[in-house]
Design a protein around this ligand. Structure first.
Ligand code: PGA
Length: 252
C-alpha cells in the first residue's frame, strides 16, 4: 500500500507570531508546486491561529506540540483537543523526548492523549526513541517495544493506522549526529513490525517518520529508505528555505 510521505517541522519554542507570519509567507511559494507529500508545521500555541489562517488553502497543515487528554478541567496551563480543533489545528506532537525528559510526560499520560487526539479528529505524531546509553547497551528494541506498547495501549485496532509514529533517537536530536540509514531503517521497520503484532494490516498503512538532525543534505537518503515515511524536522525547519528543501527531497 502506498503511504503518502509526511514532512513535519517541529518548531519547538521558537518564533513569535510576527516571526511565524514572515516564515509562512516565505514558505508557501516554495512548497506550492510540491505534490504527493503531506506537509505540517508543529508550532507554539500562540502561533496557531495566525498560522492556520495564513496556511488555509495551501498544502501546509498546522499542528500543535502538546495537548491535555481531557476536553476541559482544572488544569492550569494546559490546552485541550477541542481548543485546538476549533482553530482547525489538524494534529499534535505527543511524547516528544524533550517533554518526556524535561516536563514529566509519562507513558501513562500518552496512553490517554493519543486516543483523545484521534477522537477529536486530529493526527497524533507519537515520538519514541532510545537514549545513547540504551543503544550502546543493546536496549533499543526493548525501549521501542515498551513505548509503542504503552503509549498506543488506548488506541483501538481500527484507529491504529491513523497514528503517525516518529522514531527519534534521543542522541540524534539537536546534535547534528543523524542516525545512519541502516540504523533508521532497522528501527523503523522494527516499529512497523510492532504495530503489525497488534494489527497486521495497520502495519502496511501506518506512517513511521524519522527524526533527529534531518537536514537538506541528508534528507533524501533517509527519505528513500523503504520503511521511512517522512521526517520530523527540528532545527532545519526553522528556516523556510531549508524546510522547503527537505520537503522537495521526499520521494513521491
Ligand atoms: P532536530 O530535532 O531536527 O533539531 O534534531 C528533531 C526533533 O526534536 O523533533
Amino acid at each position: 500500500m502506498a503511504r503518502t510521505p509526511l514532512i513535519a517541522g517541529n518548531w519547538k519554542m521558537y518564533k513569535t507570531e510576527r516571526e511565524a507570519e514572515e516564515y509562512i509567507q516565505a514558505l508557501l511559494p516554495r512548497v506550492s508546486a510540491v505534490d504527493g507529500v503531506d506537509v505540517a508545521l508543529c508550532v507554539p500555541f500562540t502561533d496557531l491561529r495566525a498560522m492556520v489562517d495564513s496556511a488555509r488553502g495551501s498544502r501546509v497543515e498546522i499542528y500543535a506540540q502538546n495537548m491535555h487528554h481531557e476536553p476541559e478541567g482544572p488544569y492550569t496551563g494546559e490546552i485541550s483537543a477541542p481548543m485546538l480543533t476549533e482553530l482547525d489545528v489538524r494534529g499534535v506532537v505527543l511524547g516528544h523526548s524533550e517533554r518526556r525528559a524535561m516536563f514529566g510526560e509519562t507513558d501513562k499520560a500518552l496512553a490517554l492523549k493519543v486516543p483523545a487526539a484521534l477522537e477529536a479528529g486530529m493526527v497524533p505524531i507519537l515520538c519514541v526513541g532510545e537514549t545513547e546509553e540504551e543503544r550502546d547497551s543493546g536496549e533499543t528494541d526493548r525501549k521501542l517495544r515498551q513505548q509503542v506498547r504503552d503509549d498506543l495501549a488506548g488506541v483501538s485496532l481500527e484507529r491504529l493506522a491513523d497514528v503517525v509514529i516518529a522514531y527519534e533517537p534521543i542522541w540524534a536530536i539537536g546534535t547534528g549526529r543523524v542516525a545512519s540509514p541502516e540504523q533508521a531503517q532497522e528501527s523503523i521497520a522494527f516499529i512497523r513490525a510492532l504495530v503489525g503484532d497488534r494489527e497486521r494490516q495497520a502495519a502496511e498503512s501506518v506512517r513511521v517518520l524519522y527524526g533527529g538532525s534531518v537536514k537538506p543534505d541528508n534528507a533524501a537518503e533517509l527519505l528513500a529508505l523503504p520503511d521511512v515515511d517522512g521526517a520530523l524536522v527540528g532545527g532545519a525547519s526553522l528556516q523556510a528555505d531549508s524546510f522547503a528543501a527537505i520537503v522537495a527531497s521526499a520521494p513521491r
